[in-house]
Ligand binder design. Structure first.
Ligand code: MN
Length: 178
């Protein structure tokens, strides 16, 4: 079967695998743990569709995927991904926004945190040694295409321990990094 990438929806069909994260998988990720625990635990926060031609860890290989972050909030904090550094810090990544509205939240190893606004067509280069996560600030699904080195790996552990130094919150109806 031919593998297809849908330019409108970001869906990958053919040779593709899918994973997802539910509210119950994200304990401790959001500021308001009580609000998270009160949501229906089977709520899908985000899913990732991947065209994984290479095993993670394969030197010189590339991986490609689409992230779909659903609209929603935990308290005043927008639905977002867990976020990660690359296990091999010296590796970059490209993101591009296909649909929806959101933010790419970035943090360097000095703990400086900033964001890039995402909307259909925006292109984002994630430099080496910079942690990254997606947040949906809109009312539709945020759809983001991603391409990264297969040997980059994922370090979720550091972010699980330290978090990002800032959070993207709804402040009087506007997304603000606080
Ligand atoms: Mn990455």
């Amino acid at each position: 079967m031919r593998t297809m990438f849908d330019l409108e929806t970001g869906d990958i069909t053919g040779e593709a695998t899918q994973s997802q994260r539910l509210i119950c998988d994200l304990a401790g990720v959001f500021a308001d743990e009580e609000a998270r625990a009160a949501l229906p635990q089977d709520t899908v926060v985000y899913r990732v569709k991947m065209h994984d031609k290479e095993k993670e860890g394969t030197k010189g290989g590339l991986l490609f995927g689409t992230s779909f972050v659903n609209p929603g909030k935990v308290g005043r904090e927008y639905f977002m991904t867990k976020g990660h550094y690359h296990a091999v810090r010296d590796t970059a990544e490209y993101y591009f926004c296909i649909a929806g509205r959101g933010a790419l939240i970035l943090m360097n190893e000095a703990g400086e945190c900033w964001m890039e606004e995402m909307r259909r067509g925006t292109l984002h280069y994630i430099p080496r040694s910079v942690a990254h996560r997606l947040a949906n600030t809109g009312e539709e699904t945020l759809v983001v295409g991603c391409c990264w080195g297969a040997d980059s790996g994922h370090d979720y552990e550091t972010i699980a321990r330290t978090g990002f130094s800032k959070r993207l919150m709804d402040v009087d109806g506007q997304p603000r990094l606080v």
